[in-house]
Design a protein around this ligand. Sequence first.
Ligand SMILES: Cc1cc2nc3c(=O)[nH]c(=O)nc-3n(C[C@H](O)[C@H](O)[C@H](O)COP(=O)(O)OP(=O)(O)OC[C@H]3O[C@@H](n4cnc5c(N)ncnc54)[C@H](O)[C@@H]3O)c2cc1C
Length: 446
Amino acid sequence: MSRVVVIGGGLAGSEAAWQAARFGVSVTLYEMRPAVQTEAHRTGFLGELVCSNSLRSALPDTAHGLLKQELTMFGSLIMEAARQNSVPAGSALAVDRALFAKYITEAIESNPQIEVIRQECTELSKLSPIDSDGSPIVYVLATGPLTSQSMSNSLAQILGHDSLFFYDAIAPVIDAETIDYSKVFSASRYGKGGDDYINCPMDKECYLTFYDALVSADKVNVRDFEDNKVFEGCMPIEVMASRGIDTPRFGPMKPVGLIDPETGRSPYAVVQLRTENSEKSAFNMVGFQTRIKYPEQQRIFRMIPGLQNAEFLRFGSVHRNTYINSPAHLTTELAIKGHEHILVAGQITGVEGYLESTAMGLFAGITAARKVRGFSFVTPSETTSIGALITYVTTEKTHGDFQPSNINFSLFPPPEVKTKDKSMRRKLIVQRALAEIDGFIKTAYR
Ligand SMILES: Cc1cc2nc3c(=O)[nH]c(=O)nc-3n(C[C@H](O)[C@H](O)[C@H](O)COP(=O)(O)OP(=O)(O)OC[C@H]3O[C@@H](n4cnc5c(N)ncnc54)[C@H](O)[C@@H]3O)c2cc1C
């Protein structure tokens, strides 16, 4: 009998198993806990949340709200568990983490289509696409940001050691519409590359005030397993600042090769913003990966000229995170190129966040089941939030600098109807996505 084997029973793996089972295929789910724990998990429950109990905004016209609506339309187990075990959290959806994980565990363990095996999987290259009875098997690798060491080694052997990353170094991303363009100028260093960058110029006084705020900022506590040793290439901006008052001015804030047309001179320091997408609707702060707490990031980065009203689509972070250079190695099915019987799901694909990981699990579960059943491959349009995430991780839009992303409106193509009203634009994106996903669901579960 055709079978789907899921490796890892976190958010993505549980959702993948649940979705695959809906197709009537038999599913085997391997989870190494409780015998082997990760550095952050504490229980043997499936779908355990490792940190915050918030699944972000539930407002319908936000990117996270849209993702929740789409997942719900698909009959997501994780969304059902969240709604059944929610706790008051204003406009966000937050859960009682123990009840949430227990709900998922019971649902999976009592599903007659799913067999749960508590065992660590260590070897990818030996996974056969054919079962002992000759029927096809498709695997879904969903071992998460804290994938066990032996599985990481096995993955690195298949992909090459420079295609598996172990740290996130994410710089904040800003909504382009919230930049004050009267205070910034567009230019590339030494005029090379046209006006690709937005430059936020600082005079000496502004720099010194900003520097003081950076070094005294409230930072996220580094977890025991996330060693304090930070790679030179992804050093948080505040760590760099702590090395000396001029260190950022010789690093990402260096002004050389840039002339401010307003003054005709090189500024004292500069913060550069680089576009995130071809529509130029979002910009990242170049070299500003950071461990400063989110509210502090907003307060401090709004001190930068031109960013006084900036809205952050994503905040910066640096943390332990195993993920694949997916644009180079995954097909649009989320299969490993050259190993098409192995799909990858969850945070390890290069998405960031509980529900983003769930979404990738949902898609991989459906795809795996369709594959073993011999059905054609179907994928949601990039105008939906699930499709936008798949497109993000499987296409080379990131110009070789692939970094994990959460869901945000910069990942969607602009709506067909042009409008300057931002909230209207978001509404249009949400409406389009919901209409699109409705059609896709009818195709996917045929
Ligand atoms: C420390 C930390 C804190 C985070 N905090 C947040 C947060 O607050 N909010 C947020 O939205 N996101 C957060 N994330 C990011 C991410 O969304 C979550 O980690 C999310 O749980 C990822 O889902 P997943 O299914 O991909 O991985 P996981 O939920 O981690 O599931 C992976 C599963 O695979 C199992 N496994 C690993 N290796 C093997 C193996 N070889 N064989 C069998 N089983 C294996 C693990 O035990 C685990 O159960 C955090 C990540 C980390 C590392």
